[in-house]
Design a protein around this ligand. Structure first.
Ligand SMILES: NC(=O)c1ccc[n+]([C@@H]2O[C@H](COP(=O)([O-])OP(=O)(O)OC[C@H]3O[C@@H](n4cnc5c(N)ncnc54)[C@H](OP(=O)(O)O)[C@@H]3O)[C@@H](O)[C@H]2O)c1
Length: 285
């Protein structure tokens, strides 16, 4: 299975969907779930220092038999200890992961570095310049945080990974507009929250109606989760999701084969989402 890619503003390519090792897998041994994700077709693995499971992510990477060059590995910078830099923190991650470089290194949350975002971004740029991270980016950044690091940046962030689903879509428009201006890829987490974290909202009947239309067009089953993932994909969003179940991992990837939503369907999802604001993570995972 070939996974399509998005082009980052530094010219690198990123697979459009990633298997995450946070949320339900945080503090867990992730070797089995990650190996299962790779066997089922994922090539992009989303980790973080904060998830406290980089060693087992590294074990899965080594055990899976897929060449390093065919995988895309992300990790994220946690808060810095007084004697640490983004580079020394990444060196610790690389040791745990058993890797020479990561494909993407993100600042996990701006709140970890209050008052020193510019300085921390300079440290991230050093990681890219030295080849320890092929690309660098941020997570949970709002407009003011992005503006602070963009001013005088040698490399603008390539990605901003944020909670993204129709119930926050309207409120995210200013940050998404800034992403477009600087070629920053918007990456989503919590994309399935409207369906499984807050079911019963105004989106549910809209998604079900679209699901039925797509299923009859396709002549094959389409799930409600796939409708939301398709909406993200058609908006050019990098999707970060996760599952404990092999069937669901395959279902997520199969979204690439689901027929496209129409412009009217996309609009109906966004209008229903705008009726109800819901955010499941206030700070960061
Ligand atoms: N940067 C950050 O601050 C941040 C914050 C949060 C998350 N993340 C990243 O994003 C990744 C994905 O996080 P997420 O949990 O927010 O992803 P998500 O795509 O919103 O949700 C995935 C969850 O939905 C459940 N699910 C899927 N289909 C379902 C269905 N039909 N019925 C019931 N449950 C269903 C899955 O459970 P099953 O196991 O049952 O399939 C899985 O636990 C994390 O692992 C992490 O890597 C980053």
């Amino acid at each position: 299975m070939t996974i399509s890619t998005l082009t980052l503003n530094d010219g690198n390519q990123v697979p459009w969907i990633a298997f995450g090792t946070g949320t339900a897998l945080r503090d867990q041994d992730v070797q089995n779930p990650v190996e299962s994700a790779i066997v089922n077709g994922f090539t992009h693995l989303d980790g973080a220092q904060m998830y406290n499971n980089e060693e087992s992510l590294g074990m899965a990477i080594r055990a899976c038999g897929t060449p390093r060059s065919a995988l895309f590995i992300t990790t994220k910078l946690n808060g810095l200890q007084p004697d640490q830099t983004a580079k020394t923190a990444l060196q610790v991650s690389l040791k745990k992961l058993g890797l020479k470089y990561v494909d993407l290194y993100l600042v996990h949350a701006p709140g970890h570095h209050a008052g020193r975002l510019k300085e921390v971004w300079k440290m991230m740029e050093e990681c890219k310049r030295e080849g320890l991270a092929e690309s660098i980016g941020v997570s949970n950044f709002e407009v003011a945080h992005l503006q602070e690091i963009l001013e005088g940046a040698e490399f603008p962030p390539s990605v901003n990974q944020v909670e993204l689903h129709p119930y926050v879509w309207k409120s995210l428009q200013p940050v998404i507009a800034l992403h477009k201006e600087h070629g920053i890829v918007t990456s989503s987490y919590g994309g399935l929250s409207p369906l499984f974290r807050v079911p019963g909202g105004p989106l549910d009947p809209i998604i079900e109606k679209i699901r039925e239309r797509l299923e009859s067009t396709r002549g094959q089953s389409v799930s409600v989760g796939q409708v939301l993932i398709k909406w993200l994909q058609q908006n050019g969003i990098l999707v970060v999701t996760t599952s404990s179940k092999a069937d669901r991992m395959r279902e997520y990837l199969d979204t690439a084969n689901v027929p496209e939503l129409t412009a009217e369907e996309i609009e109906s999802i966004e209008n229903a989402g705008a009726q109800h604001y819901y955010k499941f993570l206030v700070l960061s995972d």
